[in-house]
Design a protein around this ligand. Structure first.
Ligand code: ADP
Ligand code: MG
Length: 357
């Protein structure tokens, strides 16, 4: 079997490594600033846990291998200008946008995109970082450090945020997980719920959108598509050419997790439509100190990434899964007592969504 090298050594690389054991694959995450150049064989695979990376000796080495998967996609997706251009070219619904050039004025952006405009850095943004709201009624100007470095988007008055995680193999076969409902707070994913019968009718539309994107790029592996639901329409917010936080629930709630699915696809092993079991809820652990009591929550898996605790930082997640919704609700009520008060809104949202199921 080939070794699968992962560009990036954060939690996604670690969870790919965890998923590799049943496949007897050796998965080796690599830090972009590592001093040591790994010895990569021609039949090895190189994949990524991030869509952009600093230019270092190691990242140059990894990305120049014959086994570097989806080499062409990162230029198209990592830069929002190219990603939005690709979506427009494919005729896929996305938030109306325009490029922020060196001479772009707020007035012109409002004339085209409305009173509330969201600036997003072309590169490097994540977890809501790299965003800036321009409000017409406050007379905001485009800050000088945004000129030539961003895109501007129309504010989408969405009903909710849904994401689709899918995978494509080298022969073009595709499989998908059910649409996942996501709650973001200040741009950071806080919780996901899946599956959800009330959005199942949107699944074919979402699958055909992501299929078109993956097929057009001849993509191999897992890709995630973040969407806004506006009425019965799906509007693509952004794409991630990798495993994705909104797919973490598949570790507990599907017969093949997104991590194993990605490894199967990139290493030429069979992929299959993942049967989903029971009800899943994922809670992200953001900026909180570790509590061992989380490990006692019934029907749960807890993941702690071993990173330094900082406000707003993703430090771990907890998957709750059970065939019966009532058991999931019970587990959530236990976990609610163990997380800080600022999580109350998150639990209220999940409770409300579970009641609607
Ligand atoms: P990131 O790379 O930080 O995830 P996103 O583009 O996904 O960047 O934006 C983060 C969050 O900001 C989204 O999940 C959504 O809640 C909000 N957001 C992004 N774009 C828009 C928009 N055009 N209108 C309204 N809200 C938006
Ligand atoms: Mg996002």
């Amino acid at each position: 079997m080939p070794t699968v090298w992962v560009l990036g050594a954060g939690q996604l690389g670690a969870m790919l490594k965890q998923a590799a054991y049943p496949l007897a694959l050796d998965v080796v995450p690599i830090e972009p600033d590592s001093e040591h150049l790994p010895d990569i064989a021609d039949h090895d695979i190189v994949t990524v846990e991030r869509e952009q990376w600093p230019d270092t000796a190691v990242t140059r080495h990894l990305s120049s291998q014959v086994g570097f998967m989806n080499a062409d996609i990162f230029g198209k997706i990592a830069d929002r200008f190219h990603q939005k251009t690709m979506l427009d070219t494919l005729g896929i619904n996305t938030a109306p946008w325009r490029s922020v050039e060196l001479d772009t004025k707020a007035e012109a952006l409002h004339a085209e995109l409305g009173p509330d405009v969201l600036l997003k850095r072309r590169e490097g943004g994540y977890d809501g970082k790299g965003q800036y709201w321009l409000y017409e009624d406050q007379g905001d100007e485009v800050p000088s450090d945004w000129q030539g470095t961003g895109i501007a988007e129309k504010k989408i008055p969405f009903n909710e945020e849904l994401s689709l995680v899918g995978a494509r193999d080298k022969d073009g076969n595709k499989v998908f997980y059910p649409l996942t409902l996501n709650l973001h707070s200040n741009g950071i994913l806080m919780a996901s719920v899946a599956p959800l019968a009330r959005v199942a009718h949107l699944q074919p539309m979402a699958e055909s959108m992501l299929s078109k994107i993956m097929d057009s790029a001849n993509y191999i592996g897992v890709m995630a598509m973040e969407c806004f639901r506006v009425g019965e329409q799906l509007i693509v917010n952004e794409l991630a050419p990798r495993v994705h936080n909104s797919g973490h629930w598949t570790q507990a709630g599907a017969c093949v997790s997104q991590f194993e699915m990605h490894l199967r696809a990139v290493s030429g092993l069979p992929i299959k439509a993942p049967e989903v079991r029971g009800q899943s809820v994922m809670i992200n652990l953001i900026g909180v100190e570790r509590e061992l009591s989380w490990m006692e929550v019934p029907s749960s898996q807890s993941y702690w990434y071993g990173k330094d605790v900082r406000p707003g930082r993703k430090l771990g997640h907890i998957n709750i899964n059970h065939p019966q919704k009532k058991a999931v609700q019970l587990a959530l009520s236990t976990l609610r007592k163990q997380l800080p008060d600022n999580y109350n809104d998150v639990f209220d949202w999940v409770d409300k969504e579970l009641k609607r199921i």
